[in-house]
Design a binder for this molecule. Structure first.
Ligand SMILES: *Cc1c(COP(=O)(O)O)cnc(C)c1O
Length: 230
């Protein structure tokens, strides 16, 4: 924890985080779920270390980034200053960045094809570091979007386990912008349930309450905490 009074978080920031947490709790309770099962990831992409520090100062320790290279610029220093940081990769992973990702991230949400599964398995072996892993599903079957297609998800999850020896903990999705996200959250929940997976990474600033209602265990919230990205 940062005990320097000069870097105490501005009240507005602490209030924003508390408001998001209160909305998560209310949504979970409305759905008859245990709010403690829903973990808030503050999405810090595009923000620099000096903007992230006050969020850490406000008590938030779980952060999400979508680019490996950008993260390498700011997180090693932040992690060195704050021992309890949990860093999540929520953006697409290229196999040539698999080692960097395995070394820096605690959770990777974007395992989505055999080549990446193989690369991560290799780097876990090589680095001795074992991030927790989720499979990204392209629930909207969008051509430009990462993620395994829903129809191939069961086989891919099995392949991760059996061929690559990876322990997959859950699933992640990013619904199409112009569609009702609840349909995608429900689909992701169904795929996870039939594969015996416990973690569901879904919901962003605009729709995290719906995601919580449909079983999210990780919500990824950027704008509602940090404000608009530049
Ligand atoms: C940027 C991003 C978010 C956060 O989006 P907001 O609308 O700012 O809350 C969540 N998930 C992923 C994968 C992202 O890239």
């Amino acid at each position: 924890m940062n005990k320097d009074a000069n870097s105490a978080p501005p009240p507005a920031l602490r209030e924003r985080i508390e408001a998001v947490e209160a909305r998560i709790t209310a949504a979970a309770e409305r759905a008859g779920r245990d709010p403690a099962r829903v973990k808030l990831i503050a999405v810090s992409k595009t923000f620099g270390a000096e903007q992230i520090e006050p969020v850490i100062g406000a008590g938030q320790f779980r952060f999400g980034e979508n680019r490996v290279q950008e993260s390498q610029g700011k997180w090693p220093g932040l992690k060195a200053r704050h021992a309890d940081i949990e860093l999540h990769l929520i953006g697409p992973l290229q196999s040539n960045k698999a080692r960097d990702a395995a070394l820096l991230f605690d959770v990777i949400h974007t395992i989505d094809r055999p080549k990446i599964a193989a690369a991560i398995a290799r780097e876990i072996e090589h680095t001795g570091r074992c991030p927790r892993l989720l499979v990204q599903v392209n629930t909207g079957e969008e051509e430009q979007k990462a993620g395994i297609l829903p129809g191939l998800a069961d086989a891919f999850i099995g392949q991760c386990r059996d061929e690559f020896g990876l322990k997959i903990e859950g699933l992640m999705c990013i619904p199409p912008v112009d569609e009702e996200s609840s349909l995608h959250f429900a689909l992701l929940n169904k795929i996870a349930a039939r594969n015996g997976l416990d973690e569901l990474s879904m919901g962003m600033s605009a729709d995290f309450e719906n995601a919580v209602a449909l079983g999210a265990t990780y919500v990824r919230v950027g704008t509602a905490i940090f404000g608009a990205r530049g």
